[in-house]
Design a protein. Structure first.
Length: 559
């Protein structure tokens, strides 16, 4: 019984191994001879060399990781699941880079990261620099919500904080030195307090019985977790009065002051622990409603609170709706970010409105998850405090239906490459009865433009195969939860009968031959090419055979 079961398990494997070893792929030979897939508008020759070089989603950094000089990583500690917890428990300050070996940005960072580690060796008793291969230690990456590479976290007493500074040796060393400093400053006189109140927009003050000891250590540790706000401590009752704290109140007590906000004073009533205090400051340092500008964008998108409620309104209408929006925001401090977008602002408002698919001048309230899935939801109905609050509550409880952008359905879709928009992706790409290849492109992307003639030729060669769909979608104007681009172009394959699984990403050379081989490998339904008919000497029609040559470029020699 056991023997027969073993044979049954081995049979599919033997069949799989036997078939390709003795039979050449006539279709592949035909494509190699006839693909002619080097586009004329390819001045850089990237297709021949097989370098995808995607226009990725990082439009602001063009890190070059090629031809890096040798560097010494001896002072960068390699961490894994096995030693991570013990290493952090033994050290108060640890910077950890979560990286992927294939990531160009990680490769570009490596020399500076190693140099920073070497420069900080004299402070080895206080701080260490380490790295984790997130592609190997996926549990660690998931635990710390690593969503891109490199992700750099700075742990203080085991509590992680994002490092969002420049990726240079100087910036890393300077930032760490600041974190190792005293963190909290003493206020011992009323004059000192008045100068601080006059000169700073945001401050945190702790009123303690003593300027040293356990409570002072907690406030100092909290200050190291927060970059944007200065922390002070005092034991002077007159200083406490200036900050509107009752000198007779129980100590420790803590208040955050914001001069530019309607809520100028926010009192802390939680546990006097560094992580809780830092969380309180992070949740309250921004105004109730943040106006989106180039300057405020980092504080919004790098905020630990990812979920946002955005108000899109033209400038001359904002005074009518903003008070309502602010009133609703009061119920969600520390849970949601409320953001005002002046939609007719050319610098910020118009591009952001376009990104979210908002057109026209109508006032719009939108909920946005702000994380990798980037889902968005629109408020229907009246712009009242009650409606906005109910909308926000339903958003937090995941009770809303997401909105996805879509162009109108095409008038005609009979071409070799099918036009996909958000509204018809389910019918064309997710049809379980067909294998489907989908290119997600951007009209402005140079690599997408260079790929177009090659992709069209692929569609032409494969157009007679009823079980296979070759399709493309403008990723800037259409969205779908099952078709998320990782830069442009992104090419995804959806095997028939397996549409509930994640699509397979094509990462090979963008040629007709390589894309054909990729499809042939992953297709659920076997297929043969439909060859174009040719005329024989006696005038009869015949399909092209393997031995014939086309008049186009002979790619077999090139390959």
């Amino acid at each position: 019984m056991a023997t027969s079961r073993s044979l049954l398990l081995l049979l599919p494997l033997l069949l799989l191994l036997a078939a390709p070893l003795h039979a050449s792929d006539d279709d592949l030979d035909y494509l190699i001879d006839n693909a002619d897939d080097i586009p004329a508008n390819d001045p850089d020759g990237w297709l021949q060399e097989g370098s995808p070089d995607d226009d990725d989603d990082d439009l602001f950094h063009q890190d070059q990781a090629h031809d890096l000089p040798p560097f010494d990583e001896a002072h960068v500690v390699v961490l894994s699941t096995a030693n991570f917890s013990d290493f952090l428990a033994a050290r108060r300050h640890v910077m950890v880079e979560f990286y992927a070996p294939w990531c160009a940005h990680c490769q570009a960072l490596a020399p500076d990261y190693a140099a920073a580690a070497a420069e900080l060796v004299p402070l080895a008793h206080e701080v260490a620099l380490a790295k984790v291969d997130a592609t190997e230690d996926t549990d660690l990456a998931q635990k710390y919500d690593v969503q891109g590479f490199p992700t750099i976290l700075f742990f203080i007493d085991g509590v992680p904080k994002d490092y969002n500074g420049a990726r240079t040796k100087e910036a890393i060393v300077s930032w760490i030195n600041k974190k190792l400093g005293p963190g909290v400053h003493n206020i011992t006189t009323v004059d000192e307090a008045k100068k601080i109140l006059t000169g700073e927009d945001k401050v945190v003050l702790a009123v303690l019985d003593s300027l040293s000891g356990a409570h002072s250590n907690e406030i100092a540790a909290a200050s190291r977790l927060e970059d944007a706000v200065n922390f002070y401590q005092t034991s002077d009752p007159d200083v406490a009065k200036l900050f509107h704290i009752d000198p007779a109140a129980n100590r420790p007590s803590l208040v955050m002051l914001k001069k530019e906000d309607e809520e100028k004073l926010t009192f802390y009533d939680g546990q006097f622990k560094a992580s809780a205090i830092a969380e309180f400051v992070s949740a309250n340092k921004l105004p109730l409603v943040i106006t989106l500008t180039q300057e405020t964008a980092p504080s919004i998108f790098d905020n630990p609170i990812k979920k946002q409620i955005l108000l899109f309104v033209v400038a001359n209408e904002s005074s009518k709706i903003l008070p309502t929006f602010k009133e609703a925001a009061k119920s969600f401090k520390g849970k949601l970010l409320f953001v005002f977008v002046e939609r007719d602002n050319e610098e910020v408002g118009e591009p952001v409105s376009n990104y979210f698919g908002i057109t026209g001048q109508e006032t719009t309230v939108l909920a946005y998850t702000g994380n990798e899935d980037a889902r968005k939801f629109f408020l229907d109905g009246e712009m009242s405090v009650e409606n906005i609050k109910r909308f926000a509550e339903n958003f937090l409880e995941d009770k809303l239906t997401p909105f996805y952008k879509s162009e109108p359905l095409p008038d005609s879709n009979e071409g070799d490459v099918k036009i996909v928009v958000g509204k018809n992706l389910d019918q064309i790409v997710l049809d379980e009865s067909k294998d489907a290849l989908l290119e997600i492109y951007a009209p402005w992307c140079g690599h997408c433009q260079a790929l177009e003639p090659t992709y069209n030729k692929l569609g032409k060669h494969l157009r007679g195969i009823g079980s296979l769909v070759i399709a493309k979608m403008d990723g800037t104007a259409n969205e779908h939860p099952r078709a998320k681009p990782d830069g442009f172009p992104t090419i995804l394959f959806y095997p028939a009968g397996k549409k509930s699984f994640d699509p397979i990403v094509f990462e090979g050379d963008r040629t007709v031959v390589e894309m054909y081989k990729f499809i042939k490998k992953h297709a659920s339904i076997p297929f043969k090419l439909t060859r174009p008919a040719t005329k024989t000497e006696d005038g009869q029609s015949s399909t092209s055979s393997k031995g014939e040559r086309s008049s186009g470029t002979n790619l077999k020699d090139e390959l």
